[in-house]
Design a binder for this molecule. Structure first.
Ligand code: NAD
Length: 290
């Protein structure tokens, strides 16, 4: 197994900043990259706010917060990744965007380093094939919100070596996560089950089967889910839910995965969920539901 000291993250959105936070809290030196230095800096601000909430609740010391933040270096240039032992990509769920990132990261990173993706549905085997290090490519699928959710799916591409798998697995455990291993099939385990569930809630709403609140209450109180499907879709981001659904629909060629019209319309309107202040529900600046 190779030793991991420097941990790169590409994409400083809700998942990338969560991954960077957990890695820095785990003692790793973190390099957080986004399309520009300003976007990456915004990701670090999000982490600083998140950690401040932990300090306010007396779950973290103020000096620990400072030490975690000091381990995170941000930027918009791929040279930031030169010293990373592993880099986890967490950019937009689009194969063209991710393929280009994989090409550039592969060129910037030292040989032997692992290039992982936090993709929810895209083929790791395809992403591995655009790099010169296919045996060092793997899926590391964290859940949202990353600091709170225990699970990480480890996705083996066809090309992933046993050593890459073992190193990534041990890294996930060192971050306090519980790992499941999945084959490289669209949606892996979690989203293979989740997306049909979220889609069906949208179809039920479209048919007028119940109100949004009724459908969410039915899932919470009738199925013992901690969140209703519309609350969860708003947390994930409706654009991300739609992109994952499109991958499942296209790759399996099965209409049972077809994305509902209401989801397409909301994304077209820019109603992306919590991150844009409005999705199925409305949110204030602090993310509280109106
Ligand atoms: P997000 O929209 O919050 O963040 C995406 C980030 O990627 C943005 O900061 C954006 O600027 C950046 N980005 C876009 N193109 C880039 C490029 N070419 N180079 C560098 N950075 C770029 O999205 P998110 O919710 O954080 O999702 C990111 C990934 O994580 C997706 O693959 C998604 O499927 C996966 N994921 C999401 C969830 C979830 O619940 N949202 C859960 C697990 C996995």
């Amino acid at each position: 197994m190779s030793e991991i000291k420097v941990f790169g993250v590409i994409g400083a959105g809700q998942m990338g900043s969560g991954i960077a936070q957990v890695a820095a809290a785990g003692g790793y030196q973190v390099r957080l990259l986004d399309a520009s230095g300003a976007l990456a800096a915004r990701g670090k601000e999000r982490i600083a706010k998140q950690l401040q909430r932990e300090v306010d609740k007396e779950r973290l010391g103020a000096d620990e917060r400072e030490a975690i933040l000091a381990r995170i270096e941000v930027g918009g240039d791929y040279s930031l990744l030169a010293e990373t032992d592993i880099t986890v990509e967490a950019a937009t769920e689009n194969i063209d965007v991710k393929s280009e990132i994989f090409r550039r990261a592969d060129a910037a990173m030292k040989s032997g380093a692992i290039l992982a993706s936090n993709t929810s549905s895209i083929s790791l085997t395809k992403l591995a094939a655009v790099t010169g290090r296919p045996e060092r490519v793997i899926g590391m699928h964290f859940m949202n919100p990353v600091p709170r959710m225990k699970l990480v799916e480890i996705v083996r591409a066809l090309q992933t070596s046993d050593e890459t798998y073992r190193t990534t697995y041990a890294l996930g455990e060192s971050l306090g996560k519980v790992l499941v291993t999945t084959k490289d099939m669209p949606g892996f385990i979690v989203n293979r089950m989740l997306i049909p569930f979220l889609n069906e809630a949208c179809f039920a709403l479209q048919e007028g089967l119940g109100t949004m609140e009724d459908i969410d209450a039915a899932a919470k109180l009738g199925l013992n889910h901690p969140m209703g499907p519309f609350e969860l879709a708003d947390l994930i981001g409706l654009d991300t839910v739609l992109y994952i659904g499109e991958v499942l629909h296209r790759e399996f060629g099965d209409d049972k995965y077809r994305p509902p019209a209401i989801l397409r319309n909301y994304v077209a309107a820019g109603w992306l969920g919590r991150k844009s202040g409005r999705g199925f529900y409305h949110y204030d600046e602090r993310g509280a539901r109106q």
